[in-house]
Design a protein around this ligand. Sequence first.
Ligand code: FE
Length: 349
Amino acid sequence: MALIRNLASLAALTLAALGTTLPAAAQEKVLNLYSARHYQTDEALYTNFTKATGIRINRVEADDAGILARLKAEGSASPADLILLVDAARLWRGEQDGLFQPVKSAVLEQRIPAQWRGGVGPQGTQWWGISTRARVLVIDKTRFKPSDVDRYEKLAEPAFKGQICVRSGSHPYNLSLFGSVLEADGPAATEAWLKAVAGNLARDPKGGDTDQIRAVAAGECGVALTNTYYYARLLKSNRPEDKAVVERTQVVFPNQADRGTHVNISGAAVARNAKNRDAAIAFLEYLASDDAQRMLADGNNEFPIVATVRTENPALIAMGRFKSEAVPIAKVGANTAVVQQMLDRVGFK
Ligand code: FE
């Protein structure tokens, strides 16, 4: 017992001695980050930010829907400071649900083009793109040539009957693409197009984008929709099976002769009830820095959102320069609710 008492008093003494350092520890800056970015390479971003600022990052990771649901459930008690999502449809949804707060930042306004921001009002901007990705087509070179499908609209043609592989129509990546088509072609043409595309599918939607690319290479379908970074990963891979996929397929950037290829964003927003607001804005501004932009491009094969940043990523260079659509991403996001109703009507799962 005496020993235990001694240990206890020793512990008390130690705590008392530590007392002088406790205020500093209590002041340790933290950032509570909710991230739907599912990319290992982001680790380096967090480490570098902490090294540069001393701000420790606590992370909660889930998919976009999971993060939005969690924020809603937590309400004003939410510890979240900054939210990273991977699609305009979800960012728009978060804004609609009142989960974000506006930010005014000269750095962000200067670095992030207006096209890639949402929820812009007199109080500031509610969400900011941090990187871009194009939604492209991948064709089986033995069945199609790029000119066969040089517009998204061509996917509705009879030539593609039983040829299209795509993940769920309701996946945010597709909702945003279809929202962009809606902006360009109007409601009647878009719904007719969705109905025809649903009728041209090679199989019921399943899996992610990489699964669709692999299905093209395996001969299960002739054309697939994918985000560019998934194809870039295959381009960089040294595995023989991935090299075979690349060998058999080709990326097509649609609508180069008219409005440009659909481009989506990964983006960030400061949480409505952020307790570490300054840290959240500091991280947001860090994401727009040259260093972080290059890490997003080189590490995860995304395109920098800051126009002056050039990437050396060989996979991105190999895919080539392309014309991106000019529609504000906030409009695309806002269209996705209508698009979902269309998908339900035409039976595009
Ligand atoms: Fe993804």
